[in-house]
Every structure is written in structure tokens, then in C-alpha cells.
Design a binder for this molecule. Structure first.
Ligand SMILES: NC(=O)C1=CN([C@@H]2O[C@H](COP(=O)(O)OP(=O)(O)OC[C@H]3O[C@@H](n4cnc5c(N)ncnc54)[C@H](OP(=O)(O)O)[C@@H]3O)[C@@H](O)[C@H]2O)[C@@H](O)CC1
Ligand SMILES: Nc1ncnc2c1ncn2[C@@H]1O[C@H](COP(=O)(O)OP(=O)(O)O)[C@@H](O)[C@H]1O
Length: 480
């Protein structure tokens, strides 16, 4: 498991270290930045380095790193704020670093010609958005330069919530503890490769964000034992697919069967039913006793058959765990007390938000702060929201006290029709197997992403191949 901690908790962890006041912590941080920069410049004698240094501690890290790098490389520092970290600026001057103001004409040409640029404009004290007057500097960085951000990409929200103009780094070097900026959807892509340098901070008690890794799968995946039978392992009831979207039923149910559910019961109209009878002979048909329901994939509410509508209303009124996907979201009109995991993409979350949070939400509501949007819907309906995207977040209601989970395991090829139906099927298996909605959503997102990779490493993927791959991927993750 990877954890990220809130900025106040990171500051408290720093404050607890006697080495903060002596400047030793910053020495460790800047030495780490310089070592990573030097490693990236290997084989490149005579390389030129430019440091963008802001007025705070982040600029201090960058300027000290500049002073270390000046032993081997030609280093220019550009001051981007009013003032600079004094001891670090002195060290840079003493080491022979050429220091420029941001409006100096030489700044733009230095950036254009740099082999490596260290971005130290803002760190955990940064407000979202590039500091005034710096976007021209960022634009001047040559396409071939390696862009290394200190702690986080300048302009990115340290809390990882608000989307804003920021640096897009090739690599970010952070110190001992990850912050939400490194793992959440509004900001993760801007961090590039993430490298952690240990400066000796002790992790705070509670994380703000968690991310499962491969080694968490054996702990969480429901593996059957000798006393299990198909019922004790969990029966999943699927009310998915319609006369028009027969494929959604096939994809979700196939994924559930290959992911190792005890049994799937399917409730749906004739077309998807006959497709499933032919393609997935393991499935049983019609309403019956289940441990969890999966409702809504490929089933716009207006297309649902009367039998499906009745079954959905019964499922939602029950005390059973439910995964609600796609069209099923329209049936969710009041809070649920039983475990509930909803799996919208951004467009579906916006539509739901307009119904249950406020009808006046603007089109940018989800994109501008995805976690807050998911949280608002989670609180309004007392459900856990799995918001899909290249970074998928699983956001429980605030009252649960459970942290946000964030997964980013799949290739961008996953953006293909039907792959969400596969994910919903895996979520259903895990709820039927007794996992909490938070764990089910996070493990399902991980396995779904890895299965997509395994289905065709490095190339395009069709959703049905992911569904067929899931079982082998689960085996690989359980036995590695
Ligand atoms: N202390 C230590 O020993 C250690 C510290 N460490 C390092 O220090 C970093 C934290 O340093 P920090 O607290 O000084 O905050 P930092 O992010 O540099 O920015 C503050 C300055 O930027 C300004 N500013 C912010 N946003 C802005 C905007 N959008 N537009 C314009 N201005 C903006 C802000 O202005 P103000 O808010 O005052 O108006 C203030 O002047 C941390 O990320 C890590 O790199 C590590 O070495 C570990 C040990
Ligand atoms: N750029 C991307 N990189 C990685 N995964 C992505 C990307 N875009 C979408 N995904 C994933 O692909 C799936 C798409 O789901 P969804 O939009 O519901 O598709 P559908 O409704 O066609 O099944 C989700 O699991 C989502 O997290």
C-alpha cells in the first residue's frame, strides 16, 4: 500500500524533526534533488542546467541543488518570486551559479538551451496556478530538456484537489512522504515519474489518500477454502444490458465469471438473455437469492424491461450490497444504508450531481475538482463513489472516516467502449465476496487495469479480452 499525507500532517512531521531548524532537512532534500538530476545527466558532459527558484523553501531546495550541481555542470538560476531563500541563494552564488531575474532577456534563452531544468517555484506552500509572470518561462523550456520538479510540479494544488495551470514534469522528486498531489486525478499526470528521497520524516498516523499495490491483492482478494461452496463464495445478481446494449450484459457477466464469483444470476430481457445462454453457460437466469447485486451497465433507465425495473427497485430497497453502474444511477433517488458502490465516469457523475447535489452545477464541476464532486455525491446518497478515469478514485462518504483510494494501473488503451462494464462486473464479484465498497472498488480498479495490460501488453485492447483475461491476472497477482 502506498500512502499520501495531508500537507498539514507533512508540515507537522517536519516540525517534529530537530534537523528542520538547523537546515539539515533541506540539505538532505536538495542533495537528493541534485543526485537525481546528476543521474539523469549521466553521459552528458558539459550539460547545462537551469533552476527556476521561487521565494520559499521549494526555491531553497532548488538553489542548494544548483550549488551542488555547479561542481560538474554549467548552472543558471532564475529567481521567479520577490526574494529567495537567503542561505540557499548565498550557496548558489558561492558555487558559481549564474543568477538571473525572471525578466532578464537571458532567462528565456537559457531555458531554451537547457538540458535539464529544475522546477523549484512552488512546493507544499503553493497555491494552485502558476505564479504570476512565470508561464512565459515555462513555455520557454526546450522540448528536449528533462524537467525535474522539486517536491511537486509548480502550480499544482498540493492537496491534489483543484485542477490548475501548472508545470508538467518528466519527474518529480519528493521527500520521505507522498502528498495527495502525487496520487489524485487533478494533479497526478503533472508529476511524471515519482521519485522519493528519504530525508528521515516519520509517517503521520493517518493517510489522506491510499493506493493499493500488487502485494495488497492476496490480502484482499476473496480466495476460497476447503469448506467453501458456490453459495458461500458469493452469488452475484446481475440486472444489466437491454435489448439495445446486449454487449454490456455479456461483458460484465463474463468478467464476473472469470474473476471467480461463486455464481451469477442474470435478470434481463430476451436478447441479452439468449446471448448469455450461448456465450456464458455458467450463468443461471431469473431472480433469486444473491449476496450482492450489479445493476445498470448498458441499461439506460428508459430501456429497462418491466422485470428489470422491478428487480432493481427490490435490490435497492434491500439490505444487500449493490454496485450501481451507468443507467442504474437514474434509479438511485434516495440514500442507501446498505453497502453501495457506484461507478460513474465524469459525465455520469455530473448528471447525478445535478440531480442530488445542485441543479445549477456547471459543466466543469467534475473536471475542476473531481474528488470534491465525488465526495458531494457520496455524502448526498451515502454511497461510495468510484469515479473512473486514467486515475480512478474511490471516495467514501465523509462520515465513514475512510480515506480516499486512488488507482492508476491501466494503460490509456483502457479508454475503450465496454471496459467500464468489465470493471463493474469485477466490483460485483468483490462485493458478493464480502469486501467493503472501498476495498472492492480499489482492488477491482487495480485488477481491471492490470488485466487490460496483460490482455495485450503495449497495444490496443478490446473490452471482451479484458473480461477473459481477469482470471489469469488474478492468479498472477495471487501467486507472484
Ligand atoms: N522547511 C524545510 O526545512 C524543508 C522544506 N522543504 C521544501 O520546502 C517546501 C515548502 O516551502 P514553503 O513552505 O516555503 O513553501 P513554497 O512551496 O516554497 O512556497 C511558498 C512561497 O511561494 C509563494 N507562492 C505560493 N504559491 C504561489 C502562487 N501560486 N503564486 C505566487 N506565489 C506563490 C508564497 O507566497 P505567499 O503565500 O507568501 O503569498 C511563498 O512566498 C517544500 O515543498 C519542500 O520543497 C524540504 O526541503 C524539506 C525540508
Ligand atoms: N486514459 C485512460 N487511461 C487509463 N484508463 C482509462 C482511461 N480512460 C478511461 N479509462 C478507464 O476505462 C474504463 C472506461 O469506462 P467507461 O467510460 O464506463 O466505458 P464504457 O461505458 O464504454 O464501459 C474505466 O475503467 C476508466 O477508468
Amino acid at each position: 500500500m502506498i500512502h499520501a499525507y495531508s500537507v498539514p500532517d507533512v508540515r507537522a512531521a517536519e516540525a517534529a524533526m530537530p534537523e528542520l531548524a538547523t537546515g539539515e532537512l533541506m540539505q538532505r532534500a536538495s542533495q537528493g534533488v541534485a543526485e537525481v538530476a546528476a543521474a539523469r545527466l549521466e553521459e552528458h558532459e558539459g550539460a547545462s542546467v537551469v533552476v527556476l527558484a521561487g521565494p520559499g523553501g521549494n526555491g531553497g531546495d532548488a538553489l542548494f541543488a544548483a550549488s551542488f550541481l555547479a561542481l560538474d555542470y554549467a548552472v543558471v538560476a532564475i529567481l521567479t518570486g520577490s526574494g529567495a531563500h537567503e542561505p540557499a541563494l548565498r550557496a548558489a552564488h558561492d558555487a558559481g551559479v549564474v543568477v538571473l531575474e525572471s525578466d532578464s532577456p537571458s532567462s528565456l534563452s537559457a531555458l531554451d538551451e537547457a538540458d535539464l531544468v529544475i522546477d523549484g517555484m512552488t512546493g507544499i506552500g503553493g497555491r494552485p496556478g502558476l505564479p504570476p509572470g512565470t508561464s512565459g518561462l515555462v513555455d520557454a523550456i526546450g522540448d528536449d530538456a528533462y524537467l525535474l520538479s522539486v517536491d511537486l510540479p509548480s502550480g499544482a494544488d498540493p492537496a491534489g484537489l483543484v485542477a490548475s495551470d501548472c508545470v508538467y514534469a518528466d519527474e518529480t522528486v519528493t521527500f520521505s512522504l507522498l502528498k495527495p498531489v502525487h496520487l489524485l486525478p487533478a494533479t497526478e499526470a503533472a508529476c511524471g515519474l515519482l521519485t522519493v528521497v528519504d530525508i528521515g520524516l516519520t509517517p503521520p498516523a493517518a493517510p489522506a489518500v491510499s493506493r493499493l499495490t500488487f502485494s495488497d491483492v492476496p490480502t484482499l482478494w476473496p480466495v476460497p477454502g476447503p469448506d467453501d461452496d458456490k453459495y458461500s463464495r458469493g452469488v452475484l445478481g446481475a440486472i444489466t444490458g437491454g435489448e439495445h446494449y446486449t454487449g454490456a450484459a455479456l461483458l460484465g457477466v463474463t468478467a464476473a465469471v472469470t474473476a471467480g464469483v461463486g455464481m451469477v444470476r442474470y435478470v434481463g430481457p430476451p436478447a441479452p438473455t439468449s446471448l448469455l445462454r450461448a456465450a456464458v453457460p455458467e450463468v443461471v437466469f431469473g431472480d433469486g437469492q444473491v449476496q450482492a447485486w450489479l445493476i445498470g451497465s448498458g441499461m439506460p433507465w428508459e430501456d429497462a424491461s418491466p422485470e428489470q425495473k422491478t428487480a432493481i427497485e427490490k435490490a435497492l430497497a434491500s439490505e444487500l450490497p449493490v454496485v450501481v453502474d451507468a443507467g442504474g444511477l437514474d434509479a438511485l433517488t434516495s440514500p442507501r444504508s446498505a453497502p453501495t458502490l457506484i461507478t460513474p465516469h465524469a459525465g455520469e457523475l455530473l448528471r447525478l450531481g445535478r440531480r442530488v447535489v445542485s441543479s445549477s452545477l456547471d459543466d466543469d464541476w467534475v473536471r475542476s475538482n473531481p474528488v470534491a464532486a465525488a465526495r458531494a455525491v457520496a455524502d448526498a446518497l451515502t454511497v461510495t463513489v468510484l469515479l473512473k478515469g486514467s486515475v480512478t478514485v474511490v471516495v467514501p462518504p465523509s462520515a465513514s472516516g475512510v480515506e480516499v483510494h486512488s488507482q492508476s494501473d491501466g494503460p490509456s488503451w483502457l479508454a475503450t467502449a465496454g471496459s467500464g462494464d468489465v470493471l463493474a462486473g469485477i466490483c460485483g464479484v468483490l462485493l458478493a465476496g464480502g469486501l467493503t465498497p472501498e476495498d472492492a472498488g480499489a482492488v477491482a480498479a487495480l485488477v481491471h487495469g492490470v488485466a487490460a495490460h496483460d490482455a495485450n501488453p503495449g497495444g490496443p485492447i478490446r473490452a471482451l479480452d479484458i473480461a477473459h483475461q481477469v482470471g489469469r491476472t488474478v492468479a498472477r497477482l495471487l501467486t507472484r
